[in-house]
Write a protein that binds this ligand. Structure first.
Ligand code: ADP
Length: 325
């Protein structure tokens, strides 16, 4: 899929050549623990983010993802464990390490009273970049974000998708080696999500390392080389999306809906490796969907959707379907 010219034509120099992706892992975490009160919200985590990869940190609400990112950035102090970010022991080396990291926070922190350009200039100052240095970068950053021609627009006038893309562009102001993104596409419509994905793929293509949290399993499956699923402060599995699907779930799923579901359930249990009823839907997990579909064709009142298993099936199997606040 090709992006709009604005994104595709961005200047190659802006995002580096990929030479930053040295063989040393940009982030390594060992035995990391963080407690609030008597709860270990991060509980003895080991995590290595390999150079040049997009690594997804997935988990239900409250699993400890944001706390892990904040620890990694040296914004809060751990109770135990070691963190090395871009060669620096954290939090002691936070200042030096953060100069080479870009952060896209969960909630946009753009200044609505400033223009798009002023937001970039102001942010550059946090990295000690002088105005002239940032001015040179602004056109390329705006191109990258699909915001060419919007430099003088006020942030308040931008759509949610544009603000998100500006936040992404802002995170690149210091040409970072590692970009940490906390739910970068939450709240965006599908068109805007696709634009952000194109931008992220382009960064991956340039050899940048990305650490991403998201609640969208399709996003993680599309973008991530490697995924860690975290639940209740512990990493419960790790692997590529394909490895996780292969290891934890039957390859085919038939979702069945309809009034006659209760009667048909008995059949399904005979034909599938595993069935799970969620509300009005029976999820039938199987290595061979043919007999299931043949049987369903004999029950025309039942509707069904046949699809390959995906990361969301793995996620829900491993973390459960109960709501987390
Ligand atoms: P996630 O990002 O996976 O949704 P968080 O890392 O934000 O999860 O939170 C993990 C747990 O830590 C939650 O139970 C949350 O309430 C708790 N928590 C996070 N920050 C604090 C804090 N400053 N004080 C007390 N509890 C906190």
């Amino acid at each position: 899929m090709r992006g709009p010219p604005a994104i595709e034509s961005a200047h190659a120099g802006l995002l580096g050549s990929g030479s930053h992706a040295s063989m040393t892992a940009p982030l390594t975490i060992a035995h990391l623990t963080k407690r609030y009160g008597d709860q270990a919200v991060v509980d003895d985590i080991d995590l290595t983010i390999a150079a040049g990869q997009c690594h997804g940190l997935l988990g239900p609400n409250g699993a400890g993802k944001t706390t892990t990112l904040r620890l990694a950035l040296g914004l809060i102090e751990a109770d135990a464990g070691d963190i090395r970010l871009l060669g620096q022991a954290m939090p002691a080396g936070a200042r030096a390490a953060r100069a080479r990291v870009g952060v896209v926070p969960q909630v946009d922190s753009l200044d609505p009273d400033f223009t798009v350009r002023e937001n970039l200039l102001t942010y550059g100052r946090y990295f000690g970049l002088d105005r002239a240095e940032v001015e040179v970068r602004v056109p390329d950053l705006l191109d990258f974000a699909g915001l060419a021609g919007k430099g003088d627009a006020s942030v308040a006038s931008l759509s949610g998708g544009m603000k998100r893309r500006l936040t992404l562009a802002r995170a690149l102001i210091n040409d970072p080696d590692l970009v940490i993104l906390d739910e970068p596409t939450t709240g965006l419509d599908p068109q805007a999500r696709h634009l952000v994905w194109q931008g992220l793929r382009r960064l991956i293509g340039k050899g940048k390392t990305l650490l991403l949290t998201t609640h969208f399993m399709d996003e993680a499956e599309r973008l991530c080389d490697r995924i860690s699923i975290i639940d209740r402060g512990r990493i419960i599995v790790e692997g590529s999306p394909r490895e996780l699907i292969r290891a934890h779930i039957e390859p085919q799923v038939v979702e069945v809906y309809g009034d006659a579901l209760a009667d048909w359930r008995v059949c399904a249990l005979d034909l599938c490796q595993r069935c799970e009823q969620v509300g009005e839907t029976l999820f039938c997990y199987t290595t061979d969907p043919e007999p299931v579909i043949a049987e369903l064709d004999r029950h025309p009142t039942l509707r069904y959707l046949h699809r390959p298993a995906n990361l969301e099936d793995v996620f829900l199997k491993l973390t459960g379907r109960d709501l987390r606040d």
